[in-house]
Design a protein around this ligand. Sequence first.
Ligand SMILES: [Zn+2]
Length: 401
Amino acid sequence: MYEPNKLVCDCCERVYDITNKRILCDCGCLLTIEIGDTDFNWSIVRGRPMEVWRYRELIPTPREASIVSMGEGGTPLIEMVRLNSVLKLRGVKVKFEGSNPTGSFKDRGLTVASTMALFFKCRAMIVASTGNTASSMSAYARRAGLKPIVIIPSSGVARGKLGQLKLYGALIVEVSGGFDEAMKAVIEYSKIGSDIYIVNSINPWRIEGQKTIAYEIIEQHGVPDWVVVPVGNGGNIYSIWKGFKEILRLGLIDKIPRMLAVQALGSSPILRAYKSGVYEPFKEPRTIASAIRIGNPVHWRRVLRVIEESRGAVVGVDDSEIIRAHKEIARLEGLGLETSSSTTLAGLKKALEDKVVDRGENAILVATGHALKEPEIIDSYDLELIKVDSVNDLISILSKL
Ligand SMILES: [Zn+2]
């Protein structure tokens, strides 16, 4: 019997039609998009550009939907020759998501979510975030001809993060008082048929774009032993795992990789739940890696399931380890990553020390964002500066280098 694509509740397993605009189940739980029968295979995609929509048979947007795209995805998988040799690693490669249009992996999800916003005939997209999601949403809203709206809390927003939002002319709504309350109100508002589309991490269509990281890794490398992913809200590691599982189910690979989730220690409720079996949010999460500074991750249950089913692991790294890895990967390999992305290298080192990962195994580090996302951090690093008084001094210094 023909199996259609559908929206399925994570908790009560209620099924909704794929064209239903809702983003949560009536019971309040997250919804997953399940791919039905498909004629996808590798020969179909041959000849198509390396980008998210290369895999359109596995991204079940309605056929009538007009795709909103800027050629996102198709990011390079980069060999780490010096890093492997200096750190005595084997076969480590970096999937560099910083090369997406707005500088982070979020563009993969937003190309799909903005396509659906148009399909649902919305006039605006809304997100509660000041980080990479808000930047990406603003860009894709503009690409779709929609108004970008960003909700921020009145307390504690890094003004430096607002740059891209200013560029795209997003409407910023600052909410005083309970930020979580504001988000709940927006979700309730969306249920009464509003034409503003919510693209927070709970939106199931974003996962459908992000999972293409897995498809690309399979095409560029095959199935690695480990995939290492920074974990804040947990949506990305879940998406990548979902991508591998779908290809496995189609019989096009014969195993999935083990997933290594890396959290910053100051913001690590999933690590704590992994170790103790008890989940409890972090009230005041603290880490320099702001993209994964999340005290109560929406996808925590999914992450624990991914770790269990993939026989993976969760590790934590502190800020000094994150900074060391940030510099190391830039200075050994020339790659400028966001600090949250450099947790993958710090986390892999920890997993090797703890003998979770074997030195003979290979690993792909998913570097989620570009170094230029955090000008205040790279600007805080020491400058190697020599002042000279004359051309002779300059020559003498250069000859000693
Ligand atoms: Zn439900």
